[in-house]
Design a protein around this ligand. Structure first.
Ligand code: PAF
Length: 284
């Protein structure tokens, strides 16, 4: 496995790969790899000839007072895990390499970024789309793998690639969970053992929402209220939002339509971290 730290080296490596007629699977991450990231690397390896992992903690997507300086950066362990999971090349640029000058250009996606994470973290998505657009430009034509845990991010990146004709196929991969249902996240390490136990309420609330839909409830407001009440009953959890949305438009429908699919999205703070989770549900 090659570890490269400059944009020029990474671009050249992947250009050479494609010149040999081989395909590239790109897995952008901020490191602190867990089983969720490794599942993306394995999916890329199953589909593509060469797996390219990027590890970069992107300052642009952190707001003031967020955990940028505390964000875990266990690089040696990440490289070991990445190699085991089949990465062929890892791009680990410094902030100066990615942003040699203060960036005057920002990629902004309308509408899809307005609610949910965009409402709670107003500068977040511009930071994500700007760095992902840069990574797409550096890596060149590829298939790019993102986890469904950040469901809104996936929808935003997919739309960016389509709107801007980026030569990238964006692939969403299923959430990987701990055995008690907690969605894997690099931020789970911030949880104390009591908070770790309390955090399972998020998945329980989502499953309760899904059960209501399967039982015939068609009013999103009733489902959202029920999910919220489950979180509110857990003293260590503080609800940010619990919503039922159309999976592509990310808007709450007036009523659920039989035969469609909706996504339940939830964020709650448990201790210091905000934990994200979501679930797709078929409307009977
Ligand atoms: O999901 C993440 O880890 C980040 O938001 C991403 C896509 C790597 C951009 O920095």
């Amino acid at each position: 496995m090659q570890v490269l730290s400059t944009k020029a080296e990474f671009r050249e490596y992947l250009e050479n790969v494609r010149a040999l007629g081989r395909t590239v699977g790109l897995v952008p991450t901020m490191g602190a790899l867990h089983e969720g990231h490794l599942s993306l690397l394995r999916a890329a390896g199953a589909d593509c000839d060469v797996v390219a992992l990027t590890i970069f903690v992107n300052p642009l997507q952190f707001g003031a007072g967020e955990d940028l300086s505390a964000y875990p950066r266990p690089l040696d362990r990440d490289l070991e895990l990445a190699e085991e999971a089949g990465a062929d090349v890892v791009f680990t640029p410094t902030t100066d390499e990615m942003y040699p000058e203060p960036t005057l250009s920002t990629v902004h996606i309308e509408q899809l970024t307005a609610g949910m994470e965009g409402a709670s973290r107003p500068t977040h998505f511009d930071g994500v789309t700007t760095v992902v657009a840069k990574l797409f430009n550096i890596a060149g034509p590829s298939r790019a793998y993102f986890g469904e845990k950040d469901f809104q991010q996936l929808a935003v990146v997919r739309r960016m690639a389509a709107d801007l004709d980026q030569p990238i196929t964006v692939i969403g991969c299923p959430i990987v969970r701990e055995s008690d249902g907690l969605a894997m996240s690099s931020r789970n390490i911030y949880l104390s053992s009591a908070e770790r136990e309390a955090a399972t309420v998020i998945n329980r609330a989502l499953r309760a929402g899904a059960a209501m839909i399967s039982a015939g409830e068609g009013d999103p407001a009733v489902i959202e209220e029920h999910m919220a009440s489950i979180i509110e009953a857990e003293p260590l959890a503080e609800l940010d939002y619990a919503v039922v949305v159309d999976p592509d438009l990310l808007i709450t429908p007036a009523a659920l339509i039989s035969g469609t699919n909706v996504r339940l999205l939830m964020v709650a703070k448990v201790g210091s971290p905000r934990l994200l989770d979501n679930l797709g549900v078929d409307v009977p």
